[in-house]
Design a protein around this ligand. Structure first.
Ligand code: AMP
Length: 195
């Protein structure tokens, strides 16, 4: 089985690119953000707890998302691998993932990082707010908090995966519009071909 991580700051285009990749490589897409939004929509206890944290631009507790990932691993059949999007976001999550994979006799195939700068992050999120109506895309303060959370808690994973020889970075800015998405898709395909 293949285990890919699509890594990058909020607004990097992980969700957009994941759609293409799962079809091409017969992967199961796991977006912890989407799973959490589904819990909120369904009004579950977990969703109620997660809602405020997400609205504030904070992370939900590691155990919560780790449990979600493990449960999808255990219940998915008929795919050739998994594409993790938005997970891991902290060092403890990365270590928990390594342990989960080791328990399954598997290892991480690779981390592909879509890199964009803070200015592009803000522009992308503003654009997405108008299209998807996500509550955490609407408030300036929440967006800034998510960017800070990324730099403080998630960015250290870059060195973790570099040390493991798993880190592959591409420029996540392919220019404006649909053409830009295609440009990034080309870069992503180039990297995945060799993993
Ligand atoms: P996303 O859709 O990936 O941008 O995630 C939206 C929000 O869900 C994040 O800002 C976090 O509050 C929460 N979230 C998603 N994935 C994780 C994760 N791996 N760890 C902690 N919180 C997460």
């Amino acid at each position: 089985m293949k285990y890919y991580i699509l890594f990058g700051p909020p607004g990097a285009g992980k969700g957009t690119q994941a759609g293409n990749m799962v079809e091409t490589y017969k992967l199961k897409h796991i977006s912890t953000g989407e799973l959490l939004r589904a819990e909120i929509k369904a009004g579950t206890e977990l969703g109620i707890k997660a809602k405020e944290l997400i609205a504030a631009g904070c992370l939900v507790p590691d155990e919560v998302v780790e449990g979600m990932i493990e449960s999808v691993f255990n219940t998915t059949t008929g795919v050739e691998g998994f594409l993790l999007d938005g997970f891991p976001r902290t060092l403890p999550q990365a270590k928990a993932l390594d342990e989960m994979l080791a328990k399954r006799g598997e290892e991480l195939t690779g981390v592909i990082s879509l890199m964009i700068n803070d200015e592009v992050i803000k522009a992308r999120i503003a654009h997405r707010a108008a299209i998807e109506g996500r509550a955490d895309d609407a408030k300036e303060e929440t967006i800034q908090n998510r960017i800070n959370t990324y730099h403080n808690q998630t960015e250290p994973l870059i060195d973790y995966y570099k040390a493991a020889g798993k880190y592959h970075e591409i420029d996540g800015d392919g220019g404006p519009g649909l053409e830009g998405i295609e440009v990034v898709r080309g870069r992503l395909t180039e990297v995945m071909k060799n993993l």
